[in-house]
Design a protein around this ligand. Structure first.
Ligand code: KG4
Ligand code: ZN
Length: 375
């Protein structure tokens, strides 16, 4: 079956098409992400209304690209009824203006299912993707399956691993979430712990902003950290020894701010200082993430440890977690996505959509939910 997936939960417009065989093998026909980083960089973070606007502009061109690459874009002259489409896209006028000519110009593609992220994420952004999926479902008469964004960060690991040994403990670390999740089977989850304030990615981003680095801060800090080593400056590892699997990263960000403010301007601007700060910030975050993930994995007899989310692109996190698991849980597997599948993309939505293909529904029932929970 062929699945078209749409992901707009934050600031990336992602569309992918996959072909899944009956045996659960995936062929990626296309996977395009239009990043808004250059736009949000100027403001040092994501503004939901601006991100919504960009999704509206990007969705149709990215879809055309994805369908063309998949060999599914065929011209045709269609007459379509615009009234119902206009009512679905009542709050997405820019998208409406782009969607109508597209729907008139191209034939219904050979797609069996539309998967769309319906939460969690930024509410206005989620609605753009959901409403676009509704329109495609209505006009093309293709069912929709809603996808939980956190779950898709986990399930993308099935792309290259057909048989993941369960139970698995997942660490999902992104710009908006930090959760340790026990997966007993696909669709059955228990959140063992989560952040009480900032997410790990948010801590990377906010600390980077304090240091005057560009958004998103995670990749910047990680790049600069490579040029130094942790321990030259000491930051706290919040909640590292607490029994709970919860996290708290806002105290770490405050410690970074106070330390930075105490330095004179010359030091604040020095390359060496920024590199030393980056190395320590990264290590403080990694230490807490690894300690809690390994403890949760041992206590729950995890056969697999799964990493997911934007922060799982971090090379040191992957390397150090792998070493720790080899030492402490040699029987367990560690899985993480390819670097460009760590940050938001449509492919992960497509894989999760396939896993939940039995939950397909009509477009009328679909809603976005910014606070959707995995369990
Ligand atoms: O999953 P994602 O693309 O979006 C959300 O669902 O939030 O995650 C984005 C987050 C950002 O905070 C970004 O700084 C972080 O992932 N990130 C990284 C790296 N690459 C992206 N953090 C640390 N190291 C990286 N290499
Ligand atoms: Zn994400």
């Amino acid at each position: 079956m062929k699945i078209l997936a749409i992901e707009t939960s934050c600031d990336d417009t992602g569309i992918a098409v996959i072909e899944a065989s009956k045996t659960g093998d995936f062929k990626v026909l296309s996977n395009f992400v239009s990043s808004q980083i250059e736009i949000h960089k100027k403001y040092g973070g994501v503004f939901p209304t601006m991100a919504k606007r960009e999704h509206q502009k990007n969705l149709v061109p990215v879809l055309v690209q994805a369908l063309a690459e998949s060999g599914l874009l065929e011209r045709n002259k269609n007459s379509i009824k615009t009234e119902e489409i206009a009512s679905i896209l009542e709050r997405e006028k820019i998208l409406y203006k782009k969607a109508i000519p597209f729907l008139k110009k191209y034939r219904k593609p050979g797609i069996d299912l539309i998967a769309v992220t319906n939460g969690p994420g930024l509410e206005p952004c989620l609605w753009v993707g959901v409403n676009f999926a509704k329109v495609l479902s209505l006009v093309w008469n293709i069912p929709i399956v809603p996808v939980n964004h956190i779950e898709s960060h986990i399930l993308v690991n099935y792309l290259n691993n057909k048989a993941i040994k369960l139970p698995a403990v997942s660490l999902v670390v992104s710009g908006g979430h930090t959760q340790i999740i026990l997966m007993k089977k696909i669709g059955e989850y228990q959140i063992l712990g989560e952040t009480r304030d900032d997410a790990a990615g948010e801590c990377f981003d906010k600390s980077a902003k304090i240091l005057g680095l560009a958004y998103p801060g995670g990749p910047e800090i990680s790049r600069l950290a490579e040029k130094s080593e942790p321990g030259k400056i000491i930051f706290p590892r919040p909640m590292i020894n607490e029994k709970s699997y919860d996290f708290s990263f806002s105290g770490l960000k405050t410690a970074v701010l106070y330390h930075h403010k105490k330095q004179d301007r010359k030091i604040q601007k020095s390359k060496q200082y920024i590199q030393d700060m980056s190395a320590e910030i990264q290590q403080a975050i990694i230490d807490v993430l690894i300690k809690k993930t390994v403890r949760a994995s041992k206590e729950n007899d995890a056969k697999t440890i799964i990493l997911g989310g934007g922060v799982s692109a971090n090379h040191e996190l992957k390397t150090q977690l792998l070493i720790k698991i080899k030492q402490e849980m040699p029987e367990a597997d560690l899985l993480f996505p390819a670097t460009d599948h760590s940050t938001d993309n449509g492919l992960m939505t497509a894989v999760a959509g396939y896993m939940h293909r039995n939950k397909k529904t009509g477009w009328k029932c679909l809603k976005a939910d910014a606070n959707l929970r995995i369990s």
